[in-house]
Write a new protein. Sequence first.
Length: 238
Amino acid sequence: MARIVVLTGAGISAESGLGTFRDENGLWSQYDLEEVATPQGFRRNPSLVHDFYNARRRNCAEARPNAAHTALARLEAALPGQTLIVTQNVDDLHHRAGSRNVIQMHGALMRARCGACNRVWPAPMHMAPDDPCPACRRAATRPDVVWFGEIPYHMDRIAAELADCRVFAAIGTSGQVWPAAGLVMEARAAGAHCTEINTTQTDVSGDFDAHLLGLASRVVPDWVAWALARADPGAAGG
């Protein structure tokens, strides 16, 4: 089990050029989430939903990890087997920065999934409603992302990891999306030291032991240095 669990949200990728969702000018102020991020919207207009995610996929491919992503990858490398990233983000920037122990609780933009047989495969840059599943050949392909009203992935594993963690951090997350917003309470129940890193206070700020305000690319490297100093002297390297 990981001793350090880090929850990341859209704020950690904003500096890489990927838009946040709930800010004043976020994605949900530009799109009707009922139309592009729900199973019902997909059934009504799959072309619109595919176009939305095709654009996001292109944007993701052009983005690059920033200093916050690379700092977390250094933390994992320094404390192998002791660090877990749980991300609400569907981008692949944590992986491209070098992190390997990552749970994408809301799915992955770069994966496709069959709504008929549940087969998962790497998504092409452009997806369309008539794309056949490579397994069952039905035209039921969709982005492998968790839409509103669907259950996030790997919740049992996340709960088990939080029950054993000693350090928890939430970076760039709004504290408005559940169940992610409640993860800090699970970490607190396990006795973990909890830090919130964000550009502003959130609805769940009161549940944290410490708060670091500022851009993730500036603040996260300092928090990683603190976490490494807090680790057991012999932790690095095993």
